[in-house]
Design a protein around this ligand. Structure first.
Ligand code: XMP
Length: 480
C-alpha cells in the first residue's frame, strides 16, 4: 500500500446532519418503523446488545415492549439461554400455548417454588392425561401454613372455574374476563384437556401496547446469539425451537472463514429462521456474509464503549464510514445492516440510521437500567451497574467457567483482553431511556424533512466538522 492510498474514515462526531425544509408537523407524526429482516418488523429501530451486562430476558421483554428487540447473550449454558428465550416468549402472549401445569399431589411448597422460579402467579392443576382439575393461584397459598399439604387442598376446583374454548378471539376473551372479573381463563377442549391459558394481565398489556414488537401469536419478539464453535448448531436449533425470532451469529471478527462456514451450516439446518451475522466493517465483508446466506449483517469493529480492540490490535474502522460503505454493499446484496456500538447519544442514532442502518444495536446506552442484568453498587452516594466488554478479562473468565469450574491460572494469565470491565451510572427504566432516545431521533428526522426512515436515508446530507465546529457542537456548559 502507498501513502496516497490511505482513505479518511469518519466517526459520528465528525459530522452533522444538514437541516432542511420540513413538512413534518410534530415528532409524533414521524414513523420510525423498520424491517430488520424479512419477518422482523420493528416500530422502534433499537436492538439491545448480546452482552452479559445488557441482555437477558428482563431487558429483552422491556425493549420489545417499547418496540425494539433484545438479543439474549450466549455466555451461558444452552439450557439457560433457551430458558431466557422462553421467559420472553411466555411473558406476554395473548394465548399461552404451553402453560405451567402441576398434578394435584404436588406439595404446596413445591408449587410455591415453581411460581417464584418461573415468575407466574398461578398454576393449572391437571391429571395424567392433561385434563383440568383446578387452578392454584398465589392468593390461594399466600397465607397457607402447611407447605407439605398437596395443592388439591388449596386450589380452586374445576367445578368453580370459568373456561374458554381453544381458538377464542381476543375480543371474546376480553368480554369473558371482564364480565367475570377473572385473572386467568384456561382454554380447554370438549374433552376437558388443557389447550392453553389467557391471563387478564396479558390481555390488558396487548390492548395497551400498540407499539410493542410482537410475533404473529402476540408474543414479544426476541433474538438469541450463537458462536461458531462446539455445539453452536445444537444451540441454534434449540433456541429456534424455543421461539427465538432471529439468530445472531456473533464473532468479534466476522469477516472470517469460520463465520462463512458457520453461516452455511446454520442456514442448512434452519433455512426459515432469520440469521444475522457479524461483525464486519467493510463492503467486502457484507458481500461475503450476504452471499453465504446471512439475512442481516452487524457492522462495527471497535467503536463500542467497552471495546479496546482498536488499541490492542491496531485494527478497526471509524464507524460512520463503516456504516455508509456497508450500506451501499448491503443494498446491492439485498440484505439489511445494523450499526453496532459507538453511539453515545440519540443524535448518533439518527446519524447511523441516516447512514443506512436498518436499526442500531447498543450496549452502553441500555446498560445501568433497571432491566440490565447484574447488581447495583453504591459509590460516593450514587448507584452504578456493571458494564463490560465481552472480550474483557472478566468476561473471558466467566465464559471459561461455564464449562469447567476450576480455571487453570496459566489459562487465565494467557488471556489477551480486547475489552474493559467498567460500570455505568444508574439510568432508570428502559421505558424512560427509549422515550428519550427516540424523542431525539424523531426530532432529528424532522430536521432532515423525513417522516419515515426511508425518507431519512434519501434526504440526509452530512456535513463534516472542522476542529472549531466540533468545539461549537459538543463543548457545552456542564449540567449543574
Ligand atoms: P456500545 O458502544 O453500544 O457497544 O457499548 C456495544 C458493542 O460493542 C461490541 N463489544 C465489544 N467489542 N471488545 C470489542 O472490541 C469487547 O470486549 C466487546 N464487547 C462488546 C459489541 O459489538 C457490542 O454490541
Amino acid at each position: 500500500m502507498k501513502i496516497d492510498d490511505i482513505k479518511v474514515g469518519l466517526s459520528y462526531n465528525d459530522v452533522l446532519l444538514v437541516p432542511r425544509r420540513s413538512g413534518v408537523e410534530s415528532r409524533k407524526a414521524v414513523d420510525t418503523s423498520t424491517s430488520v429482516t424479512k419477518g422482523i418488523r420493528l416500530k422502534v429501530p433499537l436492538m439491545s446488545a448480546n452482552m452479559d451486562t445488557v441482555t437477558e430476558s428482563a431487558m429483552a421483554i422491556a425493549i420489545a415492549r417499547e418496540g425494539g428487540i433484545g438479543i439474549i447473550h450466549r455466555f451461558m449454558t444452552i439450557e439457560s439461554q433457551v430458558a431466557e428465550v422462553e421467559r420472553v416468549k411466555r411473558s406476554e402472549a395473548y394465548v399461552i400455548e404451553d402453560p405451567y401445569r402441576i398434578t394435584k399431589n404436588v406439595t404446596i411448597g413445591d408449587a410455591r417454588n415453581l411460581m417464584s422460579h418461573s415468575s407466574v402467579s398461578g398454576l393449572l392443576v391437571v391429571d395424567d392425561s392433561n385434563r383440568l382439575l383446578g387452578i392454584l393461584s398465589d392468593r390461594d397459598i399466600r397465607f397457607y401454613k402447611d407447605d407439605k399439604d398437596p395443592v388439591s387442598k388449596a386450589m380452586t376446583p374445576r367445578s368453580k372455574l370459568i373456561v374458554g374454548k381453544p381458538g377464542i378471539s381476543m375480543e371474546d376473551a376480553i368480554e369473558i374476563v371482564d364480565r367475570h372479573k377473572l385473572e386467568k381463563l384456561p382454554l380447554v377442549g370438549k374433552d376437558n384437556v388443557v389447550r392453553g391459558l389467557i391471563t387478564s394481565k396479558d390481555l390488558y398489556r396487548r390492548m395497551m401496547s400498540e407499539k410493542s414488537a410482537q410475533d404473529r401469536k402476540g408474543r414479544l419478539l426476541v433474538g438469541a446469539a450463537i458462536g461458531t464453535k462446539g455445539d453452536f448448531i445444537q444451540r441454534a436449533q434449540l433456541l429456534s425451537q424455543a421461539g427465538a425470532d432471529i439468530i445472531v451469529l456473533d464473532i468479534a471478527h466476522g469477516h472470517a472463514d469460520s463465520v462463512i462456514s458457520a453461516i452455511k451450516q446454520v442456514k442448512k439446518e434452519l433455512p426459515d429462521t432469520p440469521l444475522m451475522a457479524g461483525n464486519v466493517a467493510t463492503a467486502k465483508g457484507v458481500e461475503d456474509l450476504a452471499s453465504t446466506g446471512a439475512d442481516s449483517i452487524k457492522i462495527g469493529i471497535g467503536p463500542g464503549a467497552a471495546c479496546t480492540t482498536r488499541r490492542v490490535t491496531g485494527a478497526g474502522m471509524p464507524q460512520l464510514t463503516a456504516v455508509m460503505e456497508c450500506s451501499e454493499a448491503a443494498k446491492r446484496s439485498g440484505v439489511s445492516i445494523i450499526a453496532d456500538g459507538g453511539m453515545k447519544e440519540s443524535g448518533d442514532i439518527t446519524k447511523a440510521l441516516a447512514a443506512g442502518a436498518a436499526a442500531i444495536m447498543s450496549g452502553s446506552l441500555f446498560a445501568g437500567t433497571d432491566e440490565s442484568p447484574g447488581f447495583f453498587v453504591r459509590r460516593n452516594g450514587a448507584k452504578y451497574k456493571a458494564y463490560r466488554g465481552m472480550s474483557s478479562f472478566g468476561a473471558n473468565i466467566s465464559r471459561k467457567m461455564i464449562d469447567n469450574v476450576v480455571i487453570d491460572p496459566q489459562e487465565a494469565f494467557d488471556i489477551v483482553p480486547e475489552g474493559v470491565e467498567s460500570s455505568v451510572p444508574y439510568k432508570g427504566s428502559m421505558k424512560e431511556i427509549v422515550y428519550q432516545l427516540m424523542g431525539g431521533v424523531r426530532s432529528g428526522m424532522s430536521y432532515c424533512g423525513a417522516s419515515t426512515l426511508a425518507e431519512l436515508r434519501k434526504n440526509a446530507r452530512f456535513i463534516r466538522l472542522t476542529h472549531n465546529a466540533t468545539i461549537e457542537s459538543y463543548d457545552k456548559l456542564p449540567e449543574k
